[in-house]
Each structure stands twice: as C-alpha cells, then as structure tokens.
Design a protein around this ligand. Sequence first.
Ligand code: HEC
Ligand code: HEC
Length: 337
Amino acid sequence: MRWAARSSRAIGAVFALACGPLFTLACGVLGSDEDVDLDHLVQIPRGFPPMEVPDHNPTTPEGVALGRQLYYDQRLSNGGARACADCHLQERAFSNPAASGVLAHVNLAWSRYFLWDGSEEGTLEDVMRFEVEEFFQTDVERLREPDLEEMFQAAFGTPEITTERAALALAQFQRTLVSGNSPYDRYMQGDRSALSASEVRGMKLFYSERAECFHCHATALFTDNLFHNIGLDAEVDGTGRGAVTGRRIDDGAYKTPTLRNVAVSGPYMHDDRFATLEEVVDFYSEGIVDSPTIDPLIVDPRGGGAQLSRAEREDLVAFLRALTDEGFLNEPAFGPP
Ligand code: HEC
Ligand code: HEC
C-alpha cells in the first residue's frame, strides 16, 4: 500500500538516484554494514550478509507490487482455488499452523536451497519458477485480465504475461521479506533493556558449547542454510536430503530453518512433530535419538542430548521467543494488496 500510494515515477527517480553512489538492488549486491533503505523497498539489517540480486531481475517498486499481487491472487493457481498466501500466512511468518510442513518465508533471499530436502536449488527466481510452473501449474490465460496486464506492463515494460515474468515478480516480492528487528536485535544494537534476564541467560546458552545451537542456527540469519540430521529418528534410510542426493551421509538431514519468528511459526520440524517450543527444547535436552548419519554437532546423541536443567530450558525458550519481529509480522507492505 505504502508504495502503491505514491507515484511510481517519483519512486523510480529515488531508485535511479540511489543506484549511483550506493550499492543497490538494481546494481548487484547490497552492503551489509549499513542499513540501506530505498524508500522501504528493502532494508538489510545490520550484521546480515550482503544480499545478492541477479542482474537480470533487479528489484523495482513495480515488480514488487506485481509479485505481491500474484502472491495473494488465486488466479495464479491452475484451478483458481488457492493463492500462495492461503498457506503462507503473514502473521505466522508466512508459515501455517494448519497445513502440514509449511516453511516460513523469512529472509529467503539468502537461501540457496529450498524446501525441506533442498530439492529446489539456485536463486529465488529458480524456486519461484518451480512454484509457478510445477506446483501451481499456472495457466497464463487466467492471468490475462486488464488489471494484471497493467501491472505486468508497469513491471516489465510490456503487458505480455508469462509464467517466467510471474516468477521474476514473485522473487522480487520475496526479496523484500526481510526480518531483522526483534528484541534480540535491539539488544545487540545496545538497548540493554530489550531482553529480560531470563532471555539473556537463554541467549548465552544458545551460543554456548553446552547447547551448540548457534553452529547450525548460525549468523544473524539464525540458519546456515544447510542440511543436518539432528536425531529425530533412529531409522533414516533414504529420507530427507539423502533422497535428493542419493548419498547415504545425507539420509535424515533436513534444511535448517531460521529461528527468526519461530515463536509464531509452529508446529515444528519437517513433519510438524512438535507443537510447542518447549517440546523442541525438551527434545534437544533429552529426546535425541542416535543414528548412523546424526550430525557431529548434536550434543551427546548417545545420552539423549544436552541434559539442560528445567530453568535452562525455560531460559532457552524465552530467548527463542525474543526472536519475534512484530514489525515484520504486521508490515502492511507484506500483507494483501
Ligand atoms: C497448499 C499449501 C501451499 C501453498 C498454496 C503454497 N505453498 Fe509454499 N510451501 C508449502 C509447504 C508445505 C512447503 C514445504 C514443502 C517442502 O519442503 O517439501 C512450502 C515451501 C515453500 C518454499 C520454500 C521455503 C524454504 O525455506 O525453502 C517457498 C519459496 C514457497 N513455498 C513459496 C510458495 C509460493 C511462491 C507459493 C504460491 C505460488 C506457494 N508457496 C504456495 C505449502 C504451500
Ligand atoms: C546440527 C545442527 C543443529 C543444531 C546443533 C541445532 N539445530 Fe535446531 N534445527 C536444525 C535442523 C536441521 C532443524 C530441522 C530438522 C527437521 O525438521 O528434521 C532444526 C529445527 C529446529 C527448530 C524448529 C524450527 C521449525 O521451524 O520447525 C527449533 C526451534 C530449533 N531447531 C532450535 C534449536 C535449539 C534451541 C538448538 C540448541 C539446543 C538447536 N536447534 C540446535 C539444526 C540444528
């Protein structure tokens, strides 16, 4: 809304100007040390790695507006019965408590593997092409309506509607779904009142060798964007990443989900087996099951896990809850157009 409400020529001018001296989306890679704020188009939070943007699909206000429209538009699905946003709910960090195994859409611009088993690989453009062409089997005839033609024209210069263009626009919208303003971030930026004593204790545990959480839920993204078998099951033959790569060593391994906004993105794990964060932390504490491909970073798999005290488990859960970015969950520009 915020972008649409202003004249796109004015935003275009701001965008073109910014393309000179600053790193910008249109020019390649966004800087990581500074907050880059192109009229709220995309902000890279402090401490995040640079965001890579393919030269052939620069992020523009018109492209983002089209991507957002398509994300919320049931005409995109072949039968016309569903939109991306029917399963991916903003207030749940674009996850869904009711549909099974839905992955959140949080900072996916930094991912190179998509889906729990990483079977889609590449850029956001690549995974969006899969979503449009294979998952939704979009019928472009359904999209050939005046309102959308106008938006495709604005985004790409001609009214031509193709699944490729739909994928490009969805990727642009997805690139704006950046979350990095939780109480934890405010604490890291110097606001010592942003976290409670319990949350600080939980944070220290998270980054300790005792719990080892930070190795995989790594960097400011809270994910290494790789695959691990964390010890959910004893029997892992041919499951998870292993089913994609055919390598035994990958059996039972799944994509590390970001922990940003994890308090609202349950149920948890690829098969939704845990309903609450308390259950997840209990699992890492004493529910680990050993198997041949279990990740070496999992603490004491033979003994069932990290063996945290009740108070430690409460602190850890409190810290995970402090990764919720209310601004992200309520940002009008990410909601229905
Ligand atoms: C019927 C519910 C449903 C709909 C509709 C839906 N998704 Fe998903 N989405 C899922 C589920 C479930 C997963 C996880 C599937 C898996 O990993 O095997 C997922 C995963 C994803 C991922 C991967 C995220 C990651 O972290 O790897 C992306 C990207 C995505 N969806 C985009 C979209 C887009 C774009 C649309 C609309 C074109 C869409 N989805 C429509 C249920 C849905
Ligand atoms: C060896 C890497 C690794 C370590 C260490 C690790 N995790 Fe995870 N975590 C993962 C992976 C991979 C998944 C998804 C597993 C699956 O679904 O099969 C996951 C899932 C989760 C989830 C569920 C997220 C969701 O959206 O479903 C939470 C919460 C979580 N981990 C918290 C923690 C905490 C807290 C610790 C420290 C006690 C920790 N993790 C240690 C890799 C790791």
